[in-house]
Design a protein around this ligand. Structure first.
Ligand SMILES: Cc1cc2nc3c(=O)[nH]c(=O)nc-3n(C[C@H](O)[C@H](O)[C@H](O)COP(=O)(O)O)c2cc1C
Length: 371
């Protein structure tokens, strides 16, 4: 068999994954309104994609303040917990495993989305960064609006955010998830703390990389204590610079994070290597060093082909391979890889974010349904 490693099982801290394919987290903005509540359509979508060894949900806000885009789901109200139960039940019935991605957007937001001024490590607005709302545009399209000026977080804000991550994690377990992924990537709150150009604090949460990793570490430690370290993963994006994320020291900071996360013995570290086509290939030396720093599972996601995935597994540089868009358009992606079958493409980019119906969401066919 050509992809024998991709199709081998993997023991993720006591959970057996049936293959090494991970469905990467993807925001689809289809929660029910008002209240950002997961629903039966979302359960159908995730249930269709249980061909993946592990599914990681779309980013899910831990509070209203942590929300940056319209119609993304939350994990902080009883109704949201009930809604997520539809998703976890469906995925488990289909034999899948699913982690929830816990999200706080920090400065990447607007009062037009949640009625609140954004918060951030420092009062610095992200340049050239937009979020979206749905304000009745034709076709139900999203309307993009610039992010608003954030206010600097106080100690009380930091404590509150840490508590919200912990509560979100506990709620996720109550909703039936197998674990949580802490979103520390892509320019959102935790990433803003990690980067020197967004974090100008002079207290113990800023001014040097040892301090800039503090929020990530405190959140991860307390979440691990609350739900069990074997149920916790962290996502980081070392080479991504969008949303005004620049920092000459970031690779050292990421390595320091990896080393410290290793001491917490969490289940995995997930590298977001690209969001779309927007980051360089990760250098081999970085991968090798990361492997030495972090002993548990490493997931690599971003423009991966099965060939590249198989090679990364063969060279023992990572343990699991994440695929985003291929799972979005192919619910049975692993089977298509196995049979070398053609892949569905994105049918209509207007249906990526938002839209309440099946179109461009649950109507991508499996091989069996192909015409
Ligand atoms: C529609 C869409 C939504 C995404 N939303 C998220 C998200 O909610 N959280 C996250 O960490 N990454 C998000 N990403 C990034 C993906 O997880 C992944 O890194 C990216 O799609 C690259 O992988 P691919 O080339 O296999 O698609 C999103 C990507 C896409 C295409």
């Amino acid at each position: 068999m050509k992809y024998k490693r991709l199709f081998s099982t993997y023991g993720l801290k006591g959970k057996t994954l049936k293959n090494r394919f991970v469905m990467a987290p993807m925001t689809r903005s289809r929660s029910s309104q008002p209240g950002d509540i997961p629903n039966a359509l979302m359960a159908e979508y995730y249930g269709q994609r249980t061909s993946a060894g592990l599914i990681i949900t779309e980013a899910t806000q831990i509070s209203l303040q942590g929300k940056g885009y319209a119609k993304t789901p939350g994990i902080y109200t009883p109704e949201q917990i009930e809604g997520w139960k539809l998703v976890t039940n469906e995925v488990h019935e289909q034999g899948g495993k699913i982690f929830l991605q816990l999200w706080h957007v920090g400065r990447v937001s607007s009062s037009k989305v949640n009625g609140l001024q954004p918060i951030a490590p420092s009062p610095i607005t992200a340049k050239e960064t937009n979020v979206y709302i749905f304000d009745g545009a034709p076709n139900g399209d999203a309307t993009f609006v610039p992010v608003e000026d954030p206010r600097e977080m106080t100690y009380e804000d930091i404590e509150q955010v840490i508590n919200e991550f912990v509560e979100g994690a506990k709620n996720a377990i109550e909703a039936g998830f197998d674990g949580v992924e802490i979103h520390g990537a892509n320019g959102y709150l935790i990433d803003q703390f990690l980067r020197s150009n967004a974090n100008k604090r002079t207290d113990e949460y800023g001014s040097c990389k040892e301090n800039r990793v503090r929020l990530l570490m405190e959140i991860t430690q307390l979440v691990s204590e609350a739900i069990g370290k074997e149920k916790v993963g962290v996502r980081l994006s070392p080479f991504i610079k969008f949303k005004d994320m620049d920092d000459p020291e970031i690779l050292d900071t990421i390595m320091l994070s990896a080393k410290k996360l290793n001491t917490l013995d969490i289940a995995y570290l997930h590298l977001c290597e690209t969001d779309w086509d927007d980051a360089p290939e990760i250098p081999l030396l970085f991968r090798k060093t990361l492997r030495l720093r972090f002993g548990n599972a490493i997931i690599a996601t971003g423009n991966k082909t099965p060939d590249e995935g198989e090679l990364l597994l063969k060279e023992n540089l990572v343990d699991l391979i994440g695929f985003g868009r291929n799972f979005l358009t192919n619910p049975d992606y692993p089977q298509r890889v196995e049979l070398n079958a053609p892949l569905n493409e994105i049918s209509d980019s207007h249906t990526l974010f938002g839209g309440g119906d099946k179109r461009g969401y649950t109507d991508y066919p499996t091989i069996k349904e192909d015409k």
